[in-house]
Write a protein that binds this ligand. Structure first.
Ligand code: ADP
Length: 283
């Protein structure tokens, strides 16, 4: 039996104490198998970042246990070494070091892990290739677009070939096209390298790239489903969208209700339904 890569049991995180304490996680149980690509969604403040911080050993739970790659994080002897070896982080603000080049930024986490300077250089160059930036090793962050900077951050997260990549709103600060490309890049890395990836996101397009969506509310997981059928997922997205809510509600549709994204989803859905019914949909 394959061991799960992540296991949390009754995870509780309370910030502060007494009546002012905030219960950010409220008895959260989660298992993730190696090679999964999981999206974590839910309203702001529901505990998504807190969960990622605990999984990455950036913070400690108030109660409960976190196991990652066979290690109980409360018992780590060297937390820094665990993070460097096992976890790659990608944040919304790509927090690259501004005075270092793209190549040097990717090398930073390899300090102390890959011993030779040449080995670090070569691996960093290879990782920049992997994220489609093989031609910009010498660029400073300020010379790159937001999407390119986030690509460097993804390459950096892969530096030590981590078992787990934690991405907190990786598309949050990007325009829609660059955001879609970063999601696609993470999905490709999951497929080609078998990386296990957790992505915290508000981006509904994530449903097209991930295999599993967790929805959180008030520090708990309120839904957890595997994506098997893209059509079913489109229907689910439609049901969660403003259009879906309006269709299901009593008020009916207002003009201008559809965003362009929703219209595209609806169109795609209708095409698929048409194909499933053996008809060619009208344009
Ligand atoms: P999300 O990522 O889903 O937006 P967070 O995990 O950031 O949610 O926050 C969950 C709850 O914990 C929120 O109510 C937030 O205000 C609170 N919180 C998060 N970090 C801290 C902190 N360092 N100190 C106090 N409260 C915090």
């Amino acid at each position: 039996m394959t061991e799960e890569l992540i296991r949390t049991t009754n995870l509780v995180k309370v910030y502060g104490s007494g009546e002012h304490g905030v219960r950010a996680l409220d008895g959260l149980n989660l298992k993730v198998m190696p090679g999964e690509l999981v999206a974590v969604m839910g309203p702001s403040g529901c505990g998504k970042s807190t969960l990622l911080n605990l999984l990455g050993a950036l913070d400690q739970p108030t109660e409960g246990e976190v196991w990652v790659a066979g290690e109980n994080l409360a018992r780590l002897r060297d937390v820094d070494a665990f993070r460097a070896r096992t976890v790659g982080f990608v944040f919304q603000l790509h927090n690259l070091l501004p005075t270092l080049t793209a190549l040097e930024n990717v090398e930073v986490p390899m300090q102390g892990q890959v011993s030779s300077q040449r080995g670090r250089r070569e691996r960093a160059a290879h990782l920049l290739e992997t994220v489609g930036l093989g031609d910009r090793p010498g660029a400073l962050p300020s010379q790159l677009s937001g999407g390119q900077r986030q690509r460097v951050a993804v390459a950096r997260s892969l530096a030590n070939d981590p078992a787990l990549i934690l991405a907190d709103e990786p598309t949050g600060s990007l325009d829609s096209q660059s955001g879609a490309e970063i999601l696609q890049l993470l999905a490709d890395l999951n497929r080609s390298q078998g990386a296990t990836i957790l992505i915290v996101t508000h981006d509904r397009r994530v449903a097209q790239t991930t295999q599993r969506i967790l929805r959180m509310h008030d520090g708990r997981i309120v839904s957890d489903h595997q994506l098997t059928d893209p059509l079913e997922e489109d229907l689910r997205m439609l049901a969660y969208s403003k259009l879906g809510q309006a269709l299901l509600g009593d008020d009916g549709l207002q003009p201008g209700y559809l965003s362009r994204e929703e219209e595209a989803t609806l169109r795609r859905l209708l095409v698929k339904v048409g194909e499933a019914a053996g008809q060619t949909p009208k344009e």
